[in-house]
Design a protein around this ligand. Sequence first.
Ligand code: CA
Length: 229
Amino acid sequence: MKAIRLSNKAFSLLELMIVITIIAILASASFPAYSLVTTRAKMMKSVSNYKQILTTLNLYALDWDGAFPNRDEDGNDFGNSTEVFQNLMLETGVGADEIFYYQTNDPQKSNPPNGDGFLDPVENCVIYVAGMNSSAPAGAPIIADEMQTAGSYGPFHPWLDQRKAVVGYVGGQVRPERLTTNQPGATVRGPKGSNIDDIFQAGQKDDEGRVTGGLLPSYLDGNSILLPQ
Ligand SMILES: [Ca+2]
């Protein structure tokens, strides 16, 4: 019978060092890739949530002659987007507070929604452009990620370093859009080929019919952009 002989060959110190170095290189290379994948996954979750918000806004508009939420039940203009979405949930019976939330770097909003059917201010991370109805241009932005000031993104924006912000449009489209920079103060660029540096400005048509300024209808301005509160 053939004897089984165990190999007594051991790793030399040099071989061990090489293996450890390779593992370290592989690990350091995969962490940024992993974080990019999780960031993209969170962004896509927001895209899906915003589509639900747009569906809900259209449900609301069906009941109100095509108008998106612009005034509360007492006829007063909304002061912030949280009031708009609270009203929207009340009017449509949609109870999913989590669709207005994403994992932001804002320490005030580090807790995810509690799913109690009421939108608390700390659970809302979405802005709303007031003053439009369903006959507004399909390419006009109506909801987007939380901004620091109307149209521009601050240091808490979770995808600032990726130069992205998720935007939902009147026509039902939702896309991660490109920001002008990865620094606070970044604005959302217009579509490729346009020279729009901030889509959240009222647009005008030049002599050749090209849109300049931004993608908001000309009857709106920065005051129409309601931030969460
Ligand atoms: Ca809640």
